[in-house]
Design a protein around this ligand. Structure first.
Ligand code: ZN
Length: 683
């Protein structure tokens, strides 16, 4: 592992921190914490922690000996000084005299010793950092170290490689007891450069930030060399003759199989993140995947994000006796049953007081294809997939030098159902559209963009479809993590390709806002037929193309969905010289009803929003003038000539689409957003 310390960079950190009144200790603590955080084979996604013992001055000007330790919620790769809250050191050290402290008391005790009450909670490993005497302490979950310690004779292997450089702390879950035990081990081995926490990770320390960091890199490098010098392990491959399904086709089946139907009838969906590489392929294509692939997580920290066991999907070949979907659902069912059993069994040990988490898998290994991470949102899915990638790497290396062995299930359960983690559950309130994927057409327009933004603010993952690439990227920049797709809705292939990309990015689709439209003015009698056909192409057939593609995916998922159309008021209340627009829109309204009939049995809902006089790219100043003339009203009155006497905006239309996305018992419905117009009232 490359040592990334650069003297000039370190000096720059010192200078920058001095400018904001922070000392050299803090500056270098931030610097090497980031060096560790940026190396994914050391820590990933908030894992690991670091500390420094220094002096700080409080509000009254009194100086205190403090421990600055990583605060929860911070990631080492981007940590700043405020992510290293300062705690009074003396009381922390004194706590070592206790025999036991509950986790809740420990958190309270730590908070009561913070110098700044607004600080984040200090790491749960704070006492460990406090009990060790060293000035700088670094803790990682280094993959190479885990490959050595995650073995049945991991301790001997570590002793062989590191000799007197390290001491080993037997596995204990994080908290007060681990802190005490670690300090005891160090006292018996005062000259070591680091401590290996069995099946958990590595601690290094030193008088300076550089010494502690150098030791981290050196010890990990020793482990890496041991692995490199052992002959490669390549699992024996499964034999596949028949063609496999494409990833975009597999993903909706996986999403559907993982969906939880809650006791209150609500649907709890997941977003997927797909990965593949040569390494992943060799792992998932192994004949013994069902053995080495399900032994459990490489370090207990991962269980919260990935669950202990990964799901192994059936081989997604096209020609099989049992269709992939059916075999997959069976596998997921077995996974759920095993998880429930694991919960019941271990919950008994805790007097059955634990609140059960859902039973769905978070990492799905698909032979011949790759792996999927699953999460309540795209970020969680990415984290699960990232951790799975590191896990695969670690297991491959562990098998190379020995036999991978994870922690036992009881220890994993205690981590997964740790009271501190359980407390977080009660505070978490998921957003109303969390876990759902929404596709919006005409997304670069006024109504499309406002709808996309509103759905995103309710937790949906957003796919923006439009033909105007420049406008699309502007809207996409306003929605974090959104997927912009340039698409010609009048072209079958272009629409199929758009949905393929949606499935690859998020795993499927739950909500479609078929919104794109173009308005042309002309009387029927003088109209060129080509104009009418052109209008039908975008104002009707495009809706059909979108709905059809989405319907197929939703049916694969088997967890319902909502197909929502923007049907203009023209569909029910035709205006003079607006036939080219009104006719296909009226047909689209029928289309909505047709899909409501066909989708009912699959829980796929179909609804429309009937909006009128919304200022947008379609209803321009010019168009307003023409439409006002056709309706015989003044241009100024055109937008407000409704029962409520107010202008209706794109945001109001977006609100109606949101309502339809959430109204799980409504289908075949038309919601009017026009400020009140008797002639357009549906009866
Ligand atoms: Zn740790």
């Amino acid at each position: 592992m490359k040592n990334m310390w650069i003297e000039s960079e370190a000096k720059k950190f010192i200078l920058d921190h001095k400018k904001i009144g922070l000392n050299q200790d803090i500056a270098l603590r931030v610097y090497t914490s980031r060096l560790i955080g940026k190396e994914t084979h050391l820590v990933i996604h908030g894992g690991g922690n670091t500390s420094v013992k220094t002096k700080v001055t409080d509000f009254l000007g009194h100086q205190h000996d403090v421990l600055c330790v990583k605060g929860s919620g911070w990631d080492l790769s981007t940590i700043e000084a405020k992510g290293l809250p300062a705690l009074k050191l003396a009381p922390l050290k004194e706590a070592r005299g206790f025999n036991e402290i509950s986790d809740e008391d420990m958190v309270k005790f730590l908070r009561s010793n913070l110098l700044d009450p607004a600080s984040p909670n200090p790491s749960v490993e704070t006492l460990l950092h406090a009990f060790l005497p060293h000035k700088f302490i670094d803790h990682s979950h280094a993959a190479a170290i885990l490959s050595l310690t995650d073995q049945s004779d991991g301790n001997n292997m570590c002793r062989d490689i590191f000799g007197k450089k390290i001491a080993i702390v037997p596995y204990i879950m994080p908290g007060f007891l681990l802190a005490k035990r670690t300090a005891d081990v160090l006292e018996k081995n005062p000259d070591v450069e680091g401590l290996i926490l069995q099946k958990h990770g590595l601690f290094t320390f030193g008088d300076t930030a550089k010494i502690s960091y150098d030791r981290m890199i050196d010890l990990v490098t020793l482990a890496e060399e041991k692995i490199k010098n052992t002959s490669k392990w390549t699992p024996a491959k499964i034999n596949i003759q028949s063609e496999t399904l494409p990833v975009s086709s597999i993903a909706p089946f996986i999403r559907g199989a993982c969906t939880n139907i809650l006791s209150n009838g609500e649907t709890d969906r997941f977003i997927l993140d797909f990965r593949t590489s040569k390494k992943i392929q060799s792992f998932v294509n192994g004949r013994d995947l069902k053995n080495y692939g399900v032994r459990g997580v490489i370090t207990p920290d991962h269980v919260i994000r990935t669950k202990n066991k990964y799901l192994i999907a059936p081989i997604p070949t096209i020609e099989t006796i049992k269709p992939f979907e059916e075999a997959l659902r069976e596998q997921v069912e077995i996974f759920r049953e095993n998880y429930d059993e694991y919960f019941e069994l271990n919950n008994l040990r805790h007097g059955s007081v634990k609140k059960k988490l859902d039973s769905a898998p978070r990492v799905i290994l698909v032979p011949t294809v790759g792996l999927f991470g699953a999460g309540r949102n795209a970020k969680e899915a990415k984290v699960a997939a990232d951790l799975a990638e590191i896990t695969i790497d670690t297991i491959i290396n562990a098998e190379r030098i020995g036999t991978y062995e994870a922690l036992n299930e009881a220890e994993i359960f205690d981590m997964e159902y740790w009271s501190l983690e359980q407390a977080k559950l009660n505070k978490r309130k998921p957003l109303s559209l969390a876990g759902q994927v929404a596709v919006i057409t005409g997304a670069a327009g006024t109504i499309g963009s406002k709808t996309a933004q509103l759905l995103a603010s309710h937790g949906a993952e957003i796919c923006l479809i439009d033909i105007n690439e420049t406008a699309l990227s502007i809207v996409s920049n306003t929605i974090n993590g959104s997927l912009p797709i340039k698409c010609d809705l009048t072209n079958d292939h272009s629409v199929s390709e758009a949905f393929r990309l949606v499935c690859l990015e998020f795993g499927g689709v739950d909500i479609v806002i078929s919104n794109a439209g173009v308005a042309w003015e002309s009387s029927m009698v003088d109209m060129d037929e080509s104009l009418l056909r052109k209008s039908f192409e975008i104002n009707f057939f495009a809706h059909q193309r979108i709905a059809k593609e989405a319907f197929h995916i939703m049916r694969k998922q088997g967890s319902g969905g909502a197909i929502l159309f923007n049907a203009s008021k023209q569909a029910v209340n035709p205006g003079l010289n607006f036939g080219a627009y009104g006719l296909p829109k009226a047909t689209t309204l029928s289309l909505m009803r047709q899909y409501a009939i066909e989708g009912g049995r699959y829980g796929i809902r179909s609804n429309a929003v009937n909006a009128d006089r919304i200022k947008s790219g379609l209803l321009t100043e010019e168009m307003i003038k023409m439409r006002a003339t056709s309706r015989g009203v003044k241009k100024e009155e055109y937008l407000t000539s409704n029962l409520l006497g107010c202008e209706v905006t794109a945001k109001d239309v977006a609100q109606a689409f949101l309502h339809h996305a959430l109204a799980t018992k409504t289908t075949g419905d038309i919601t009017t957003v026009d400020g009140g117009n008797v002639a357009a009232m549906l009866r």
